[in-house]
Write a protein that binds this ligand. Structure first.
Ligand code: GLC
Ligand code: MG
Length: 426
């Protein structure tokens, strides 16, 4: 789908810190579970939106550190900046709209009168967001008093307390919820409102998201007090909002299942992946599953059996070709055969594989072109290559059954080539 031009089956709007990303999970296992589910089942017909308090610079930092997928829309600085697509095209109309009854200088004049407030770092100060730290026991009083003073100065603002320590001052029309309403309105005008929307959060600046009409919502188990209190008072018995019993991205997966929003089993939760069949054939499942088996093989997390070796080999077409990112072309079968002796070479080590931006198009009755970015994390750092695969469902002449990879073509992603290119398999 041309991402925003089609009606999405599901739109997920998620906060990042302590919602999509669990900073207490050094291996990012819950995020990787979400990634595998999203790419195999949702990416092709749904929309992923990140909505964070982070500024462009600190969002970039997080992206370089954690295995975050590429969202379709990125909403930064607590709903004051909206960017579209992978190249992050800014929505200038939104920023312009936020100038209404907003004057940053007056906000600064008033905030500096509060000795309880400590200024946040410069990168977190944005054109429509002025941010401070506050002690928990001063927060309520400061929010009330500052809001009054700003109103007396003729401004229309919103003062938000988040994460037990942050205060953000924004234009009244801004915030995560307002930004989502704006996006929904845009899509609705074109008749493309998503069938379902799920909002996900853990702290005060996410409260707004749960007030958008018609959305489903999940407050993750590890949420901060200020959001939990809001939930207790406002939506405890709301049929569309839950407080998950699971943390972060696992709470998001839990909510997908709870509300019946679509497939809820992450391929990472399936032990016997080789035998795993879903109700409908989908090319994205084939590639996610293939690379997961590859990861587990090298981590020795699956059995080293003839049956699995046979399965791994049979997914490659006997005449299949791979063009490696180095430009070298070789037989796909030989390449897979070369992985077999590497069973367990990453046992107990840092080694993860995930796919991003999986898309596919059908090119004949039984073949598809599948494209994605393949990421590999190891002790040597992160590598990524753009991959295109020709996938065949059946080949009468070769008597192959089930999906097989016929042609694989890879190119390094700028800045992410493997330092040891001989260690790159596929
Ligand atoms: C993020 C931002 C910070 C903001 C906080 C709460 O941590 O970096 O500036 O105050 O979110 O919205
Ligand atoms: Mg958060």
């Amino acid at each position: 789908m041309d991402r925003l031009d089609c009606q999405a089956r599901l739109m997920i709007v998620s906060d990042l810190d302590c919602t999509m990303v669990d900073h207490d999970d050094p291996e990012d296992l819950s995020l990787l579970r979400f990634n595998a589910l999203w790419e195999s089942e949702y990416r092709h017909n749904s929309l992923l939106i990140f909505s964070t308090g982070r500024s462009p610079a600190t969002y970039k930092k997080l992206k370089n550190k954690k295995p975050l997928l590429t969202p379709d829309v990125t909403i930064l600085s607590v709903g004051t900046e909206i960017f579209y697509g992978e190249s992050m095209v800014p929505d200038d109309a939104w920023e312009h709209y936020l100038n209404h009854k907003w004057d940053r200088d007056i906000v600064m004049e008033e905030t500096t009168k509060f000795p309880q407030l400590t200024c946040q770092q410069a990168v977190d100060q944005r054109p429509h967001k002025v941010s401070y730290f506050v002690r928990n026991d001063h927060a309520e009083e400061v929010v009330k008093c500052l809001s009054e003073r700003l109103a007396n100065r003729g401004l229309e603002t919103k003062v938000i307390y988040s994460g037990g320590k942050c205060i953000d001052v924004l234009p009244l029309g801004a915030g995560k919820g307002e930004a989502l309403r704006y996006l929904h309105d845009k899509l609705k005008k074109n008749g493309k409102l998503p069938i379902d929307t799920l909002v996900c959060g853990d702290s005060g600046n996410d409260t707004d998201l749960f007030t958008v009409p018609e959305v489903h919502g999940v407050v993750v188990s590890n949420a901060h007090d200020e959001l939990l209190q809001w939930y207790e008072h406002n939506s405890k018995d709301h049929p569309k909002i839950i407080h998950a019993s699971e943390r972060c991205a696992s709470g998001i997966i839990q909510a997908i299942g709870h509300f019946g929003l679509g497939p809820k089993t992450s391929p990472r939760d399936v032990m016997d992946l080789c035998r795993w069949k879903t109700a409908n054939f989908c090319p994205s499942q084939v590639v996610v599953k293939f690379y997961l088996i590859y990861e587990r093989w090298r981590r020795a997390e699956i059995e080293n059996s003839d049956l699995i070796i046979q399965d791994m080999r049979s997914i490659s077409h006997p005449n299949g070709i791979i063009v490696l990112p180095s430009g070298v072309q070789c037989s796909l079968r030989e390449r897979i055969d070369a992985i077999i002796p590497c069973y367990g070479d990453k046992r107990g080590k840092c080694f993860r594989v995930w796919l991003d931006r999986v898309s596919f198009s059908q090119i004949s009755s039984d073949s598809w072109l599948v494209k994605f970015d393949k990421w590999e994390l190891s002790d040597a750092g992160r590598q990524c290559c753009s991959t295109t695969i020709l996938l065949n469902l059946k080949d009468e002449a070769e008597k192959t059954q089930g999906p097989s990879l016929v042609h694989v073509h890879q190119t390094w992603m700028d800045g992410y080539a493997a330092s040891d290119q001989t260690a790159w398999f596929l």
